[in-house]
Design a protein around this ligand. Structure first.
Ligand code: SF4
Ligand code: SF4
Length: 221
């Protein structure tokens, strides 16, 4: 189908086939479907419609961060973007085989700010892939916060998955206590402090907020 056509309605059977094919792509560990109309614009951010004007659903996928760094190189941003571009293209090819149109989202972020234009984490939560922890990361039930998230928008009607009904954050406050800059507080996260951690500490922080989080890593979940 082309972009001018009316959105296609994807049957449950087609959805299962699509998800199965996406799950078998390199490094992908999980995939879910989010209803784009449920997305809440973040302050100063944009909406998925900026990336695909008639977007209906978002295919949201996760991969383990360590797998991405191992495969694409240790420089996080370069590695991440390379992975996302390649994986988005692979998903778009899968969609094409099913007669569907997709647009991968590579969010370069808002100029001069530290946030992306759209929140992949929010879309991942809407797609039932996890919940947001005190460390502000997506917590996946199996892989915890050590995941990267990718998004491909479609203008097809695919039945969305439900957000998880269980909070995964254990409220152990380890992330809060071990963060040396104080960027994580009980009621908020100071992304500017976190971003400037190297300047503030004179070295990297070792990301204990992610590495020590027990969700998904200790078999407790
Ligand atoms: S990355 Fe480091 S500075 Fe930022 S919240 Fe985590 S522990 Fe704190
Ligand atoms: S370290 Fe504890 S409080 Fe922080 S996100 Fe993980 S489970 Fe939640």
């Amino acid at each position: 189908m082309n972009e001018k056509d009316e959105p296609l309605i994807v049957t449950d059977e087609q959805k299962q086939a699509l998800e199965h094919e996406i799950r078998t792509l390199p490094l992908i560990k999980d995939v879910g479907v989010a209803d784009v109309s449920s997305y809440k614009q973040i302050p100063g951010g944009s909406t998925p419609y900026e990336f695909l004007h008639d977007a209906k659903t978002a295919l949201v996928y996760v991969a383990k961060t360590e797998d991405v760094l191992h495969t694409y190189g240790k420089w996080y941003v370069v590695s991440l973007n390379h992975f996302l571009k390649q994986t988005n293209d692979r998903i778009i090819t899968v969609l094409k085989r099913h007669g569907l149109h997709g647009r991968g989202v590579i969010d370069e972020g808002t100029k001069g700010d530290l946030i992306g234009k759209i929140s992949f984490r929010q879309l991942a939560v809407l797609a039932g892939l996890g919940t947001i922890g005190k460390n502000t990361c997506l917590l996946h039930p199996v892989y915890g916060p050590k995941v990267v998230i990718g998004v491909v928008l479609t203008n097809s009607q695919i039945q969305n998955d439900d957000p998880l009904d269980t909070e995964l954050c254990l409220d152990c406050a380890l992330c809060l206590r071990k963060c040396l800059t104080g960027a994580i507080r009980n009621d908020c996260f100071d992304r500017y402090v976190c971003k400037n951690r190297r300047k503030l500490l004179g070295k990297g922080c070792g990301t204990p907020c992610i590495d020590l989080c027990p969700v998904g890593s200790s078999g407790k979940i």
